[in-house]
Write a protein that binds this ligand. Structure first.
Ligand code: DON
Length: 304
């Protein structure tokens, strides 16, 4: 085992016994996961993927799709157009909060649900299939392999997605979302239901770490400036109402999802991802966060 994989294994073993939290259950299909799953991966500058634990297990990307769809829309529309509809301020509120700026109806940032739905509403394409396909193409380029949607999770999201629909209706009433509500939310539900492994997420994170170039495939996926803009927003908003303490403790831009994944970026050094389905009260993976924090500590990755 090479020295970096040995560190990963050591970190994994150190936090394995922590069984606090519970998998998400508000989307019924997410509650069927094995809560003991545990995986960890990193990708460095030469594109070598190192991973340990349940690293071949697929789970849905959920909110970890948000930075990559933001990258897609920033590349298509530019920062100014995006900021007209979605802010860049931490909300200090839970991911599903029904809170929009008074007067404008603008959501706080693209990492909370409201802002993510508004962002997805800006993806171009004639219908849900076309828009999903263009998101899949971009996310697949970030991952370096063709990704696909889990249809069972998608149906479960759509059946139980009334809160997200309500947010979308509100935002459409303000003109923040131009697309018909169903087009925006169904595309968003499909984007959340894309299947990934911890290895995919580590590669996706590394593509942001290396200025928009996937270090495994050497493909330029987005401009350096787009990657920087996405990382800036992840730094302040990626962990919901825990974003401030996360930056304090771990010091890396990161994004979590309710499936139990966490990805983090050490710019010019590593893309990091962890997976463990049990979540804390903020909807962030308990062991996923502990893994990234332990790695950041051991390798001195805190940016500040
Ligand atoms: O919008 C939702 O409810 C989910 N499909 C995605 C939310 C999510 O991952 C929030 N993360 N902690």
């Amino acid at each position: 085992m090479d020295p970096i994989t040995a560190v990963l294994q050591d970190v994994l073993d150190e936090i394995r016994g922590d069984d606090r939290g519970a998998p998400a259950s508000y989307i019924p299909e997410l509650a069927t996961v094995d809560p003991d799953r545990l995986a960890f991966g990193v990708v460095g500058p030469r594109g070598r993927i190192r991973s340990v634990g349940d690293d071949e297990v697929e789970f849905t990307i959920q909110s970890m799709s948000k930075p990559f769809v933001l990258a897609h829309v920033l590349a298509e529309r530019g920062l100014t157009a995006v900021l007209e509809r979605v802010g860049a301020e931490p909300s200090g509120e839970p991911f599903n909060a029904i809170s929009l700026e008074e007067g404008s109806g603008r959501p706080a940032n693209p990492m909370v649900n409201a802002g993510a739905i508004a962002t997805t509403g800006m993806v171009s394409g004639a219908d849900v299939d076309e828009r999903t396909e263009s998101i899949l193409t971009t996310l697949s380029a970030f991952a370096g392999r063709r990704l696909r949607v889990d249809e069972d999770v998608y149906r479960s999201e759509s059946t139980t997605g009334d809160r997200n629909r309500a947010l979308a209706h509100l935002m459409r009433s303000y003109g923040i979302i131009e697309a018909p509500v169903e087009l925006a939310v169904e595309t968003y539900f499909r984007q959340c239901s894309i299947l990934v492994t911890v290895r995919d997420l580590a590669v996706m994170a590394s593509t942001l770490a290396f200025g928009g170039v996937n270090p495994v495939t050497d493909e330029r996926v987005v401009d350096e400036r787009v990657a920087r803009d996405v990382l800036s927003i992840m730094s302040s908003c990626g962990m919901y109402d825990f974003s401030g303490e996360w930056l304090l403790r771990v010091g890396l831009p990161a994004k979590s999802g309710v499936s139990g994944g966490v990805l983090a970026v050490a710019p010019s050094q590593f893309g990091v991802a962890a997976f463990s389905p049990r979540l804390d009260e903020h909807g962030n993976s308990v062991r996923g966060q502990a893994i990234v924090e332990a790695l950041s500590d051991r390798m001195g990755m805190h940016l500040l």
